[in-house]
Design a protein around this ligand. Sequence first.
Ligand code: ADP
Ligand code: LRH
Length: 477
Amino acid sequence: MTVAVAAVDLGASSGRVMLGEVGPDHLRLEAAARFANEPVRTPDGLHWNLLELYRQAVLGLGTAVRLAAGTRTGRLASVGIDSWAVDYGLLRDGRLRGIPFHYRDERRGEAGPAAVHAVVPPEELFARNGLQHLPFNTVFQLAADPRAHEADRLLLVPDLLGHWLTGAEVTERTNASTTGLLDVRTGEWDDELVARLGLPRGVLSDLVDPGDTIGALSPDVASAVGADGLPLVAVGSHDTASAVVGVPFERADAAYISLGTWGLVGLELDAPVLTEDARRANFTNERGVDGTIRFLTNVMGTWVLSEAMRAWGRTDLPELLAAAVDVRGDVPVFDVRDPRFVPPGDMPARIAAWCEEHEVRPPGDPATTVGSIVQSLAAAYARALDRAADLSGQRVEVVHVVGGGSQNALLCQAIADHSGRPVVAGPVEATALGNVLVQGRAAGAVPGGLGELRALVRRTHDLRRFTPARAAARMAT
Ligand code: ADP
Ligand code: LRH
């Protein structure tokens, strides 16, 4: 049996609605809509343009319904939504209270973490929620958000869009694990933590798991998209959870880098690693599909490159990368994890400032700067891969790179070279594939566990391989 489903996949830089066709030997995506995700700055800070994203999602679903009419089954079986993590909308009496903030909003600063840590010290917080310290984790955002106490419901971004589509108010568990309010051991809301932080427990809704049916599209939406009764099915609604479902692992001793705006570097494990070393190394234990744990660290991703291009007024990434290939000699390697690179702004100036402070000659022209960004990202990923292996005790012999950044051959080769490990690049749309696969499985079109789903990705997608220039060097050390 082959089914058609629609995946709404919202990344921090762009969104898409994909028609997915999935069956035991069939996995295919077709774009129903692609659209930019441009944040909006208002006097009170940086916001997501959620209304525009919702508008695009509904338009895209209408197109997916029409495209599905031409497939074997002639209709969509379900819809699933994933997006970036941590951000939320607050509702009262069903109405949104204020425009949701962007996790890169620099105004909220350290007030949230300071308030939380005054009540629950960092060591205890990590023992409870297993999360890497990111100042924008939901728990920290809420501590500095006066609206939290006026709200009767908090919905994470995919769940908020799902609420607008169906009326349901639920929280999907993989994304809930990025809030900081989920117990890392049980996967349930940590009621004691919520109470100690003085947060209203009533704002948190029931948890659902990937594969669960959330509800049917409301009559208004169903008539707008032309599909009566179409169900919304929970997927790994955290985009990284869906991306990792789409990693075509060939062997157990492999790591992944989900490479988009962020570079999420880590391993899939059965159980969290909650050691003091893991906490100090800023590793996280996020919850994945089928109860897996994503043991990873958030490293800078293509964001610094996109922001540099914005500063130069350039949109020709392939040309810039081609020019960077021709740069001769060493390029400066800077610390891509320095917090100065997180907010929007003039990245070439920030890179130059970092280099001057560290007595390194700054890169000059755009080609050298791009080369410098690529080598600096790869060096940081190589360190993170070694740390992931050390902290978990799992060997890492192969690195899978998935997401938009897997198209960047210069970067994939640099990751192979810096890490001394072969890199397998692709699929580009791992997140949408993960979303589609979980829906396909829920519809009964593909049986089995994650291994079977990944084997299907391998059978149906071309992957590109990069061999490390200095594999021998790593083996020797
Ligand atoms: P996100 O989900 O975080 O929005 P994506 O996975 O869509 O991110 O990846 C977006 C990134 O993919 C871009 O910032 C860009 O660096 C990279 N990318 C897109 N197209 C290409 C290309 N043709 N060559 C190299 N890199 C590309
Ligand atoms: C990637 C991502 C990542 C989170 C960040 C906020 O899009 O979901 O996993 O840490 O956004």
